[in-house]
Design a protein around this ligand. Structure first.
Ligand SMILES: C[S@@+](CC[C@H](N)C(=O)[O-])C[C@H]1O[C@@H](n2cnc3c(N)ncnc32)[C@H](O)[C@@H]1O
Length: 239
């Protein structure tokens, strides 16, 4: 897949296809390359870009509320997620976190209990070019824990995350991490208690707040638009 960019408009399309907009029809060659400029039959220009993580966040078909890129950054930074890691993720939702991890070179097994959401996530993994590294499985992750082991990282974005955290010692290799993304602090607390019960170490919870800066003519200050809070992130480690 490639992105065709014209000003603030972006279109995700397959090489070899066509783009139809009010700016005309663009023929997209099979061998299209990032950086190329394609012209529509009305003479408007579209720059070709290879989609990266933030583009996928913007263009994936959405089901469950996707993880924000800044929170993905914290998960990667705090756990050191890297190429070759085995990751167990749940729930898949839109698949933003899975796709980012797949693009890093991790091997991701991700569970989504809603069959329709799982189908959308599989299509999103195709779009992201990571379908060979991200295995989207339909089912409740807690029904499959017995058959799972050997992971470097567990990434959990479900209400019942604490039930999975309790089982972390059976799921993780030594030195592996758990990351729990919780919209509500009560869920973080339950995850922390589960991590303590499982005798995990390095247990930490952070609230994610990010302030965008506005650089206006009159001066510079944090943006007054929107709320900076997204979620709570709990991390813990096995031995
Ligand atoms: C908030 S979304 C996850 C978003 C995802 N982290 C992303 O970056 O796009 C939560 C998803 O988890 C699924 N889910 C909830 N509990 C689950 C469970 N126990 N096993 C599998 N999937 C579950 C829900 O159906 C929902 O689609």
């Amino acid at each position: 897949m490639i992105l065709l960019v014209h000003g603030d408009r972006e279109y995700l399309r397959a090489p070899g296809g066509e783009l139809h907009t009010d700016l005309g029809i663009v023929d997209i060659p099979e061998d299209v390359e990032p950086g190329q400029v394609l012209e529509s039959h009305l003479g408007d220009e579209f720059v070709v870009r290879e989609p990266r993580g933030p583009d996928l966040f913007n263009h994936f078909e959405r089901t469950g509320a996707p993880m924000m890129p800044r929170d993905v950054g914290l998960v990667v930074g705090h756990t050191g997620a890297a190429m070759g890691d085995r990751v167990l993720d749940a729930g898949t939702g839109t698949g933003v976190l899975s796709a980012y991890l797949g693009r890093l070179g991790a091997e991701v097994t991700t569970y989504e209990r809603d069959a329709e959401f799982a189908d959308v996530a599989r299509e999103n993994m195709e779009l992201a070019g990571v379908a060979d590294r991200v295995d989207v499985r339909t089912g409740d992750v807690t029904d499959h824990l017995e058959e799972l082991s050997g992971f470097d990282l567990l990434t959990l974005d479900t209400e019942n995350a604490p039930e999975v955290v309790e089982r972390a010692p059976d799921l993780l290799v030594s030195g592996g991490f758990v990351a729990v993304y919780s919209p509500f602090v009560e869920n973080s607390r339950a995850s922390v208690e589960a991590a303590r019960e499982a005798e995990l170490t390095d247990i930490e919870t952070f609230e994610t707040i990010q302030r965008q800066m506005d650089f206006g003519e009159r001066g510079s200050r944090p943006s007054t638009a929107g709320v900076g809070h997204t979620a709570y992130l709990t991390f813990a480690r096995y031995e």
